[in-house]
Design a binder for this molecule. Structure first.
Ligand code: FAD
Length: 379
């Protein structure tokens, strides 16, 4: 039986909802607070490599994601002229029998996780955050933004890359770092010829096509942008099309369909890695709050979900809280650091190449392949 009988989860994102489910499955009472007035999420998609599905399967949600998403076997690589170069099949070695990669819209993934958390009995409080956390040794006294107070055996901060919980526990020892790249994303109808994920490499940008359902996909475009770059929302479609101007063939055809400025999601790529341990007393940080990576391995959400599922498993037996959290750090820190550092390395090599710098040591394709295989191993 768990030494934790009740827990507070701060943040209703991918990590927070998953940890709520994982803790509930161990019989732990869970309250979750989300600062936004709803559990909405922006409308493009997310890539779920096979290890994400392995973790989601442990809380019973992988099959739902596969059912509502689009499985694909790997990446079809092209140059900017649209010429096919080669296929890079992905592996299903983490969860044999499940797709090597599943694409799913973020709203559908959120719906699956929200329903999972609610069905498991999580009490979700929207439009609420934490005002103070007071660790009294044998419990944490929490005062919420609405003035309520409650005692918890355990608190999980899963409040994203700008985590307030991280700052509360560790001050400003780490801050999110802008990488020099931004990602532009747009949903498009999926033509029948898009059977794999597709990648197109230009001289100073790259483009990807990610299947999300039988008739939907999203196009992502990664570009170098100055820090703090802000563009009027009304101009985003034209700006995205302009940046796709170098591409020919299929991508040029798709660029012509990017017409609705409000459909363009533009995000800066940032990363952060909190040194171990991620806990003080009875509060721990997980997900992007502890280890936000650049999306070059498509492993950010995967790592948040793995954190959540493992935490549930370790708190589900009768070991002490300290022993459970020590084991958690032993199994999570090196793995998430590897994701943050490898993703950053690929990004750095890309920026060098886009700036015309020849680095003979650069091997982004090989590192992507090696890292993807390594992450399928048990942890
Ligand atoms: C451009 C881009 C593409 C990506 N693509 C992929 C991909 O294809 N595959 C993949 O695996 N990962 C991808 N990621 C990473 C992935 O989106 C994140 O790793 C994942 O969302 C992290 O989940 P989280 O729950 O830790 O944080 P979040 O999803 O950021 O959730 C944090 C939640 O906490 C809430 N919150 C914040 N502050 C408070 C507070 N004080 N009190 C209460 N609630 C609070 C927020 O409103 C939010 O709901 C991508 C990231 C980017 C930027």
């Amino acid at each position: 039986m768990s030494v934790v009988s009740n827990a507070l989860v701060i943040g209703g994102g991918i990590g927070g909802l998953t940890v709520a489910i994982a803790l509930r499955q161990q019989g732990i009472a869970v309250d979750l607070v989300e600062i936004k007035p709803d559990l909405s999420v922006y409308g493009v998609g997310i890539i779920q490599p096979n290890n994400t599905l392995r973790a989601l399967d442990k809380v019973g949600l992988a099959h739902k994601c596969i059912e509502l998403g689009a499985a694909f076997p790997g990446w079809r690589i092209h140059n900017a002229a649209g010429n096919f170069l080669f296929d890079a099949p992905a592996t299903d070695s983490a969860a044999p029998g499940m797709p090597p990669i599943n694409g799913i819209t973020r709203p559908l993934l959120h719906q699956i996780l929200t329903e999972g958390a609610r069905d498991a009995g999580t009490r979700i409080q929207l439009g609420t955050s934490v005002a103070t956390l007071n660790d009294r040794g044998d419990h944490v006294l929490v005062r919420f933004s609405d003035g309520r107070t409650a005692d918890y055996d355990f608190v999980v901060g899963s409040d994203g890359v700008y985590s307030d919980t991280r700052r509360r526990l560790f001050g400003d020892i780490v801050r999110p770092r802008y990488s020099g790249q931004c990602v532009w994303r747009y949903n498009l109808a999926r033509p029948s010829r898009v059977e794999w994920g597709e990648l197109y490499f230009g001289p100073d940008s790259k483009v990807g096509l990610v299947p999300l359902s039988t008739d939907l996909m999203y196009l992502f475009l990664v570009t170098a942008e100055p820090e703090g770059a802000r563009y009027p929302q009304s101009e985003l479609a034209a700006l995205m099309r302009a940046r796709l101007g170098y591409y020919e063939g299929f991508v040029a055809e798709l660029a012509g369909q990017i017409t609705e400025p409000s459909g363009v999601i533009l995000k800066p790529i940032e990363s952060v890695l909190l040194p171990a341990p991620w806990m003080t007393g009875r509060t721990i940080i997980i997900g992007d709050a502890a280890h936000a990576s650049t999306p070059h391995l498509a492993q950010g959400a995967a790592m948040a979900i793995e954190d959540a599922v493992l935490l549930g498993e370790l708190l589900g037996d009768d070991r002490s809280l300290d022993a459970a959290l020590e084991e958690f750090m032993r199994r999570r820190f090196d793995r998430t650091r590897y994701v943050v550092e490898s993703s950053q390395q690929i990004l750095t090599w890309e920026l060098e190449q886009w700036a015309g710098i020849h680095n003979p040591a650069a091997r982004p394709g090989e590192l992507l392949h090696e890292a993807t295989l390594a992450l399928m191993e048990p942890y």
